[in-house]
Design a protein around this ligand. Structure first.
Ligand code: SF4
Ligand code: SF4
Length: 198
């Protein structure tokens, strides 16, 4: 049976998802994605970009671990080609961009859909009635759904580690004496654990 949405999602290259008016709209990045983006920006001599830690855990002795950053883009993303209306790092873009127009609330594990996307806006009446059907979402957004699953799987993995390491969530970087990216910290922690336990 044909999807009520009218087939698979197909980007209209309307510009909206690569232009940012407010920080809260900008993409969130896992630390390894942030480092990769920084490297690419550096190669292109685009050095003025900022990243803000937005999901932070810490210990009582001032160790802080960053799980997510926000890439504070103002206006068009530096990797957006305005003339062609395409992402110039398409194969390497972060998961937040790969899953768009799906949105994931990582605390409640809730999937939603961005009404800023032109394709979604054009079909919003049928989407409203079909979005609670998970099979329909998979059918219409196969690659975006896979990206959302990837995010969820990283988050679950990290949450298990955080719990085991006894870290607690922090609202800011205040009081941080040593700061690690979560993947680097997990590797370090694993190394210490192996050293202490043979
Ligand atoms: S990385 Fe690509 S898809 Fe993501 S905001 Fe930038 S240009 Fe758009
Ligand atoms: S807002 Fe939607 S249709 Fe427009 S470029 Fe982004 S994904 Fe494509």
């Amino acid at each position: 049976m044909k999807a009520e949405f009218g087939g698979r999602f197909s980007c209209l290259h309307c510009l909206h998802c690569c232009y940012f008016k407010a920080d809260v709209e900008a993409p969130t990045l896992f630390p390894w994605e942030k480092r990769r983006i920084e490297e690419t920006l550096k190669k292109g001599a685009m050095t003025s970009h900022k990243f803000e830690p937005i999901l932070i855990y810490g210990s009582e002795d001032g160790v802080c671990v960053v799980v997510l950053y926000r890439w504070l883009i103002k206006g068009f993303c530096p990797f957006f080609n305005l003339r062609e209306k395409v992402c110039t790092i398409h194969d390497d873009k972060p998961l937040a961009c790969r899953m768009y127009p799906l949105l994931l609330d990582i605390t409640g594990h809730k999937l939603s859909i961005s009404l800023s996307c032109d394709w979604i806006r054009a079909k919003k009446d049928v989407i409203r009635t079909s979005f609670n059907n998970i099979n329909k979402i998979k059918e219409v957004f196969p690659t975006e759904f896979q990206a959302a699953l990837e995010v969820l799987s990283y988050i679950e993995n990290v949450k298990r580690f955080i719990k085991g390491a006894g870290l607690i969530q922090k609202s800011s970087m205040a009081g941080c004496r040593r700061v690690y990216d979560i993947d680097e910290y997990m590797e370090r922690f694993d190394g210490i654990w192996k050293e202490e336990n043979g």
